[in-house]
Design a protein. Sequence first.
Length: 368
Amino acid sequence: MQSFQQDCVELALRQWRAGKVDRRTLLSGLAALGAASLAPDEALAQAQRQLVMVNWGGLANQGFGNNYGAPFIAANPGWRVTQDSTGPSAGRIRSMVESGRVTWDLCDSSATSAIMLGGMNMLNRMDYSVLKRDDVIGPTFAMEHGAAPYSFSSVLVYDSTKFAQAPTGWADFWDLQKFPGTRLLRRDASGPLEAAQMSLGKDMANLYPLDVRACLARVREIRRNLVFWTGGAESEQFIRTGEAVMGQIWHTRAKVLEQESNGRFKFIWNQGVLQPGIFVSPRGNPGGEMAQKLLASMLANADQQVELLKFLGNGPTNPRAAAAVPEEFRRFNPTDPANARLQVPQDGIWLGANYQRVNADYVDMVTG
């Protein structure tokens, strides 16, 4: 199953290969995302007082130093930041901590993993005397065992040539008579179950805890009219080819579809599921508290978050960033106040506590 972070790297490389961005812009954007080249020898890295940040893949070299790394290094002489792009899955973090051979300092993870691994004592608690809660837009972005320097959303996208009127929310997604055609959902419970719950009319302000049985039954209602995606490129392709006329996909892919189709494929922020891009720190990390200082600088750097939005579409999480976003990019910013108020922030605490069971039931149902 492809993560959102992996898909961001794929999108960046696609823009570069198509000649839409130059190499410097590519390196800058991948660095802001936390996706640079593989780290050098770990022992040497620690001897040189380096922090190792782990991401989900990328080809950039030294790009991080031009973005989040530079201001951190300037404020902390003698320290360096290197990248490891081997992928910080929850299983690998757990294995590393249990073995007592931790070589990672910060990992691009998720709210779900932060809850699960944090509950197993695999992660450092966030020190909010170092990180500032005021540097994020809300409580879902500053968790006990992780914090988010970027955001993304799962939104409703549709082919505007197929319908006389535009869908306005998930109730329309489930209305096969008024909006006929095949639907698209992710082969993962995170996102689809929230959509199912909203389609049943539950108030967005009180969406959680989800009624899992009702949500699964709701998805089952349209099972014969559903196809499922596992990666961002696949989700985009399902819409482009007409295999699905409406779907729930990441907003970054929806942006590409809208722009490259000259508006044929549209998306709406209403009832989107706003999700934090959570970074975690494995317990026993070699860089100690300096890892939290690095994450604190990432949260505080509103200008760099805006650059990442302009490059890939990842939403800023610093509340001061919104005012710095150029007008032409606000339409695609998931945390712009006008867009954010239409969405529901995903409850990572509830999801983290229930994800393994709920996702297993969902996958069994959609693949059965």
